[in-house]
Design a protein around this ligand. Structure first.
Ligand SMILES: Cc1cc2nc3c(=O)[nH]c(=O)nc-3n(C[C@H](O)[C@H](O)[C@H](O)COP(=O)(O)O)c2cc1C
Length: 199
């Protein structure tokens, strides 16, 4: 059974730094499990970073929501993966996703769906958020984990007149949770594969 630290990449596009802060939070969560983390800004991806993605056990995708979907820069990255998609380079890696928008809803469900479809096209295993919805009862508050109530991935909202320093702490905690969960699921999958290969 392989005992090298899990390799988890976070492939992200953030135009103004808000989604980058979510990436940092997801990285912190995954790193807390002992995994090796590399964050890759997809708009400036290098050959070495492509190799890191190809070698990763899991890739967490993140994009700001622009015009109700992933940002164009993220989609440009996605389209550059066509050969890998055909050749199955990322097949059976673990995947998950997160996004940030200005509006509380902001049509960002579409962004998470796009990220999940992208992962599915690569035959990756999508990990959902794994949290109940927060802020959805009279006892809830905007400080709840998963305060915007997503299941598919982590969704955050930052007022459009606020800078990256003002990303909501609950959204950062939610992304930290996602990073931890991806690392845990990836470890479970690796352990399971080792057992089935040995049998
Ligand atoms: C071109 C553009 C399109 C946007 N479209 C949306 C949108 O559809 N829904 C929304 O809620 N916010 C929208 N926003 C606001 C961004 O999602 C928000 O500013 C976010 O914090 C940007 O994240 P970033 O700093 O990681 O780029 C848009 C912003 C830009 C620049």
């Amino acid at each position: 059974m392989s005992d090298h630290p899990l390799k988890i990449c976070i492939a992200v596009h953030s135009g103004f730094g808000h989604t980058a802060r979510l990436a940092d939070a997801a990285a912190a969560g995954a790193r807390s499990t002992g995994a090796h983390i590399q964050t890759i800004p997809v708009e400036t991806i290098t050959d070495d970073e492509w190799q890191a993605l190809d070698a990763a056990d899991a890739i967490i995708f993140g994009s700001a929501t622009y015009m109700g979907n992933v940002a164009a820069a993220f989609q440009a990255f996605a389209e550059q993966t066509g050969r890998r998609c055909i050749e199955g380079t990322w097949r059976d890696k673990v995947a998950a996703g997160f996004t940030n928008s200005g509006a509380k809803a902001g049509d960002k469900q579409s962004t998470l769906i796009s990220l999940a479809v992208f992962a599915a096209q690569h035959h990756m295993h999508w990990v959902n958020l794994g949290l109940p919805p927060g802020w959805n009862s009279s006892r809830g508050s905007e400080n709840d984990l998963n305060r915007l109530g997503f299941w598919l991935g982590a969704g955050a909202a930052t007022d459009v007149d606020r800078g990256a320093a003002d990303v909501h702490p609950a959204d950062l905690d939610t992304c930290r949770h996602l990073g931890t969960r991806v690392a845990e699921v990836t470890a479970q999958l690796r352990a399971g594969r080792a057992v089935t290969e040995a049998a």
